[in-house]
Design a protein around this ligand. Structure first.
Ligand code: ATP
Length: 277
């Protein structure tokens, strides 16, 4: 039994213009899209297909979004699973899930496989397997190693699966088993960094397209004054501001709604403008 299966998204609908602050990586990302759109051309030209691509960077900065945008731009199916979904005590379940995932992606190629939190399944192995007195621990460790081995086998056999790109995301690259980082496996690494002020402004603009913002709101003030805020938090800011605006019966988000939203997200929820009588 190999449940759960990957979530498949025929077309993620996410495009590069939904992701801000990735200028540094854009050429490399476009190359992956070009490959997915025409794998035969790469083959004809004798260009080695890309194998695995590791997206690394802190949480909430857009790794999943970038992965979806690659599939979205190329218009190909996107197979997504989390590393933790492969970690099971039952013998053979994790590796069966890996096989299943790659098989389905190859049948529907060109396609993208995305494993989030890949460190959960690909943690550095301990060398020779050390028996512990804890049977559960032994089973767990052995099973995880079998799963990782299966992933390495699939990546090594990737030439037969031309037209499939494997993306893994992690915020703990240091935990990954070195075997995974060898050439021919994750042979490309793309770093997704936390945004600087310019990036924060771009991200706010992307998310401002989805809400009704008064043109009196100066987004650059927020971009400049919220150091350390990730893309995820900035997206949340505009959603929260929209909620505040609705609560106050404003027809568009005002600067004061943005300020309230910053307060709420900074100090946690508090009652704003609710008259408890
Ligand atoms: P995690 O490691 O927690 O999975 P992640 O790096 O994969 O984080 P995402 O899940 O891609 O982050 O980001 C969460 C949400 O935050 C996105 O769906 C998007 O709404 C917003 N977001 C994050 N980064 C960006 C960005 N660079 N541009 C636009 N929106 C972003």
């Amino acid at each position: 039994q190999s449940k759960p299966q990957a979530r498949v998204d025929g077309s993620t609908g996410v495009m590069f213009n939904d992701v801000a602050g990735i200028e540094e990586a854009v050429e490399e990302l476009l190359e992956l899209v070009r490959y997915l759109k025409n794998p035969e051309l790469f083959d004809k030209m004798g260009i080695k297909p890309p194998h695995g691509v590791l997206l690394e960077g802190p949480p909430g900065c857009g790794k999943t979004l970038v992965a979806k945008a690659i599939a979205g731009e190329a218009g190909v199916p996107f197979y997504q699973m989390a590393g933790s979904e492969f970690v099971e005590v039952l013998v053979g379940v994790g590796s069966a899930r890996i096989r299943d995932l790659f098989k389905r992606a190859k049948v529907n190629k060109p396609s993208v496989i995305f494993i989030d939190e890949i460190d959960a399944l690909a943690t550095r192995r301990q060398g020779a397997f050390q028996e512990s007195s804890d049977d559960m621990y032994n089973a767990f460790t052995q099973e995880r190693e079998t799963t990782l081995n299966q992933l390495l086998i699939e990546l090594d056999g990737f030439d037969t699966g031309k037209g499939v790109i494997f993306l893994g995301a992690t915020n703990r690259k240091d935990l990954l088993d070195p075997a995974l980082l060898r050439p021919g496996r994750f042979d490309r690494k793309i770093r997704i960094r936390p945004p600087n002020a310019k990036g924060r402004l771009e991200i706010l603009k992307v998310h401002a397209r989805k809400v009704k913002l008064s043109n009196t709101v100066d987004l650059s003030t927020y971009a400049n004054n919220l150091p350390g805020w990730t893309g995820a938090k900035l997206a949340q800011l505009l959603q929260e501001a929209a909620l505040v605006a609705v609560r106050k019966s404003h027809t568009a988000i005002l600067q004061s709604d943005m300020d309230d939203a910053v307060d709420r997200l900074t100090v946690g929820p508090k009652r704003v403008g609710i008259d408890l009588g």
